[in-house]
Design a binder for this molecule. Structure first.
Ligand SMILES: Nc1ncnc2c1ncn2[C@@H]1O[C@H](COP(=O)(O)OP(=O)(O)OP(=O)(O)O)[C@@H](O)[C@H]1O
Ligand SMILES: CC(=O)N[C@H]1[C@@H]2OC[C@@H](O2)[C@@H](O)[C@@H]1O[C@H](C)C(=O)O
Length: 414
């Protein structure tokens, strides 16, 4: 089945679209990437989304307009990825997260989670005339889960290995990992783990925008940070935050690792008289140290291999620091020195045949495909949901194509 997956994540750097050919079910899942592309939002829309993610108030009229604009942008992305290609039979659209509240059990009275992704599937289905599945997180949350991370089941069936254990580490705005035991180990599926590790690039991007006066949006290849030196005292201070000690299941977002956290980082750094590069190196170190800290704290053993994906997998400095943390007798770390017998190899998912840039878009194509087949998409041991759940709401394409062309429908909605 030819399926389009669409997602814009917490970096709000554009709509990732992947057109894939999918066959099989779960244990025999086969996915072929036919095309992948990223379609930037119009700048004004991106700014508005970032403001809402940072807590800006919205009237209901503004919310309606924002949902219209995001859904139209997603429909246009779906249309664009099909240009000169066979039409897709199904769309899986994650939408754009604008708010995420994990379940809260600390207050004594359990509070259910809540997660809002804008870009309603019904409008995408209408504009594209392709059945569209969207709103994937709510069923898991209704079952008491975190609603994230949802890629873990896809990671399990596309990236697990018969003999070696692996951590699949996404480094987007937020970082999240899936631990995959070797498939030959008994009950390997029950032993899959996953959680949000904390900041990925979100704090880094905020720092680059701040330090560059808005002329840059991210640290290309990590070159700027690479010219600085991380301040381990600050990394240790930030790593003491409750989130990093919290056992899984756990998820997070820009609500925690966003503008306010970044402002506190700036204030904490004042007394250290850091250069711009030192600050970027220190925030990069926080991402790396939080990842390794979570592996050491929550896994039964360290993985045999780490596979990176997401935009942060292109940050060569970050990748180098992560490899250093996962190598023997790593000296200058805020974490206790642990002697690994051998370095744990750090690679990207590209090197095992799965495109690191479009992995999340591919994942939502698979989740839509599974919803279509009636296969649950969540892993309760990852999200904390009380049961497996069918993820996503189905919006059927009209039986008859729209009277006018899709382009005129999109043009009307511009
Ligand atoms: N070549 C590069 N060098 C350094 N960083 C990069 C590079 N390319 C992308 N990035 C980083 O990756 C980010 C985008 O990553 P990605 O698209 O995976 O995030 P996302 O999917 O929006 O986030 P999330 O997975 O949290 O939803 C950019 O904002 C930037 O920080
Ligand atoms: C609410 C939300 O959008 N969470 C994202 C975010 O970005 C990375 C991490 O936090 C992950 O848990 C999740 O997305 C991926 C696609 C997931 O659900 O697996």
């Amino acid at each position: 089945m030819r399926v389009i997956g669409l997602i814009s994540g917490t970096s709000v750097d554009g709509i990732d679209a992947a057109m894939v050919e999918i066959s099989g079910t779960d244990v025999d899942l086969k996915v072929e990437l036919l095309a992948g592309a990223t379609y930037p939002y119009p700048e004004a829309l991106r700014e508005q989304i970032l403001a809402v993610c940072a807590g800006a108030a919205l009237s209901m009229a503004e919310l309606a307009e924002l949902d219209d604009a995001i859904a139209t942008s997603f429909a246009q992305a779906a249309q664009a990825i099909q240009t000169d290609r066979p039409k897709a039979q199904l769309i899986g659209s994650h939408g754009q997260t604008v708010y995420h509240r994990p379940p809260d059990v600390q207050v004594g009275i359990p509070q259910m989670g809540y997660s809002l992704q804008l870009g309603r599937g019904a409008l995408i289905a209408h504009l594209t005339n392709i059945t569209t599945i969207s709103n994937f997180r709510v069923a898991d949350i209704a079952a008491g889960g975190q609603g994230a991370p949802l890629v873990s089941k896809i990671d399990a069936y596309l990236l697990s290995h018969p003999q070696e254990s692996r951590c699949v580490q996404n480094i987007g705005g937020i970082g999240n990992t899936t631990y995959l035991p070797a498939r030959q180990s008994p009950h390997w599926e029950d032993k899959i783990q996953g959680w949000d590790t904390g900041p990925g690039n979100a704090l880094l991007d905020l720092a680059v925008q701040h330090l560059s006066g808005g002329t840059k949006t991210y640290d290309q290849d990590g070159n700027w940070a690479a010219s600085g030196t991380p301040c381990q005292a600050l990394v240790q201070k930030w790593l003491s935050h409750d989130f990093f000690q919290m056992p899984p299941p756990k998820s997070t977002g820009r609500e925690l690792f966003g503008v306010d956290f970044f402002q506190r980082c700036l204030a904490d750094a004042e007394p250290y008289d850091l250069s711009d590069a030192d600050l970027l190196a220190t925030l990069t170190e926080l991402t790396v140290a939080s990842i390794v800290h979570s592996y050491r704290t929550f896994l039964p053993k360290m993985p045999d291999r780490v596979l990176l994906c997401g935009g942060g997998s292109r940050n060569l400095y970050l990748k180098q620091r992560l490899q250093a943390y996962l190598s023997p007798a790593f000296a200058s770390a805020p974490l206790p020195i642990t002697n690994y017998p051998l370095a744990i190899p750090v690679m990207t998912t590209d090197e095992v045949g799965l495109n690191a840039d479009y992995k999340e878009a591919i994942a939502f194509a698979v989740l839509a495909y599974w919803r279509h087949l009636g296969i649950p998409g969540n892993l309760p041991q990852v999200t904390g949901a009380s049961a497996s759940a069918l993820l996503g709401e189905i919006h059927l394409a009209m039986a008859q194509p729209p009277h006018d062309s899709i382009d005129s429908a999109l043009a009307v909605s511009d």
